[in-house]
Design a binder for this molecule. Sequence first.
Ligand code: AMP
Length: 172
Amino acid sequence: MSRDFRDLIHVVPDFPKPGISFKDITPLLADGPAFADCIDRMATAVKAFGADMVAAPESRGFLFGVPVAMKLGIGFAPIRKKGKLPRKTRSITYALEYGTDTLFIHEDAVGPGQKVVVIDDVLATGGTMAACIGLVRDCGADVTGAAFLMELGFLDGRSKLGGVPVHALVAY
Ligand code: AMP
């Protein structure tokens, strides 16, 4: 039977600011067999979404997106913050609690005919993942699913993802 990853996600109250219950995944990353099990289970979900490419936002999305892509033998497209990608990009600006943020993807990172699954560690309000989905679609690819280690269900991030099917290993 697979283990409950909640044992390896430390909940840190009031970090990085009062009222936020921060989910620290470093104990999971530090436990080799548990991390491998986590990647296996995520990869199973991503395969079921029919992915031929994974895309993920920096930086914690990379921790899960890259090993899942390698496990499935498919490609990985990084989604990055300003000033990191050297060639022609597409960008999207989205609202944060205070202000806005912008994410970028190389315009040829994914394209028409590709089935892309987007991955991140946490689905919270859904703003980050909605932006990632927008970028992949702007490049002409299909988004067939979104996979997360955990979903903070009370924030209803799913409702921001435009009907993209969601898989999360742990729900809070
Ligand atoms: P959101 O755009 O609100 O869905 O937030 C998603 C991003 O913020 C993810 O990339 C997470 O890494 C991070 N994040 C949001 N809320 C938390 C939390 N409570 N604990 C840890 N990381 C979080």
